[in-house]
Design a protein around this ligand. Structure first.
Ligand SMILES: Nc1ncnc2c1ncn2[C@@H]1O[C@H](COP(=O)(O)OP(=O)(O)OP(=O)(O)O)[C@@H](O)[C@H]1O
Length: 244
């Protein structure tokens, strides 16, 4: 996936401009930055929910906002998304939650949908919790279930919005492990929005750091290198936990 020269404004306020990046197949690409810098806005542009004020989003070689709505829908079916809230349906079991995209988007018969959903829950370590309701599971399990649902249609590319939000460090580290395992076992590509430093250092091949005051990108690259080598005060401050 590619973002080129993306800009976003709300009213007269510019959130960012000239944001460009290319996510390589099989990589874990992290978007980070302080509150209000535009991480969620960039994610919404990347998944077809917000046409950018300027610039282009390319998914699987196609320009997301200039293709027909049918083509866009087809492109977006090849993308899995886990929103920050997780957004599982509370009245449905985990299995039913994961079956839902299969029911909407495929012609699979119910028994096959059930089999696929069980497989996906197994991939995230929830094979034994298939019959539980969202209210009956922990926050970390809910995130895993939301990832299983995002995997329902076998997308090669997954977007995760703040997967660690609200989780304790141990649970969060388990989720990092899951992301790396899924990448290794299924060859998935991940774009992850997060500002958890431990998580970024654990999972990111490369990252893109946005800054609200700079209205755009202040760093890109391997987070370990940025920690060692960046001379940009805000970047050093974040990666070294120093005052800017
Ligand atoms: N639809 C909108 N209309 C007006 N302003 C908006 C809209 N969506 C976002 N904003 C503003 O754009 C800025 C960036 O928001 P965004 O949610 O993308 O930031 P973020 O980096 O994800 O922040 P956080 O980490 O706090 O979630 C914020 O100041 C927000 O108030």
């Amino acid at each position: 996936m590619l973002g080129s020269r993306l800009a976003q404004r709300f009213g007269s306020r510019t959130i960012y401009r000239d944001v460009s990046f290319a996510v390589q197949p099989g990589e874990v690409f992290v978007i980070l930055g302080g509150s209000g810098c535009g991480k969620s806005t960039l994610l919404r542009q990347a998944i077809g929910l917000l046409p950018p004020a300027e610039g282009q989003v390319e998914l699987f070689g196609e320009n997301l906002y200039s293709v027909s709505s049918e083509t866009r829908a087809a492109l977006l079916r090849r993308v899995g998304v886990m929103f920050q809230s997780g957004a599982l349906f509370g009245s449905m079991t985990l299995l039913e939650n994961v079956m839902l995209p299969l029911e909407i988007h495929t012609g699979l018969p119910p028994a096959a949908r059930r089999d696929v959903a069980r497989l996906k829950l197994g991939l995230v370590g929830l094979a034994d919790a298939a019959g539980r309701l969202p209210a009956e599971i922990s926050g970390g399990m809910a995130k895993r279930a939301a990832i299983a649902r995002a995997l329902a249609l076998d997308p090669p590319l997954l977007f995760l919005d703040e997967p660690s939000a609200g989780l304790d460090p141990v649970t969060s580290a388990g989720l990092d492990r899951l992301i790396l395992d899924l990448r290794r076992d299924l060859g998935l590509t991940f774009v992850v929005v997060t500002h958890e430093l431990a998580s970024i250092l654990a999972i990111a091949d490369r990252c893109l750091m946005l800054d609200r005051a700079a209205q755009g990108v202040i760093a890109t690259g391997d987070p370990r290198r940025l920690r060692e080598e960046s001379e940009v005060p805000m970047v050093r401050a974040f990666f070294r936990r120093e005052a800017a």
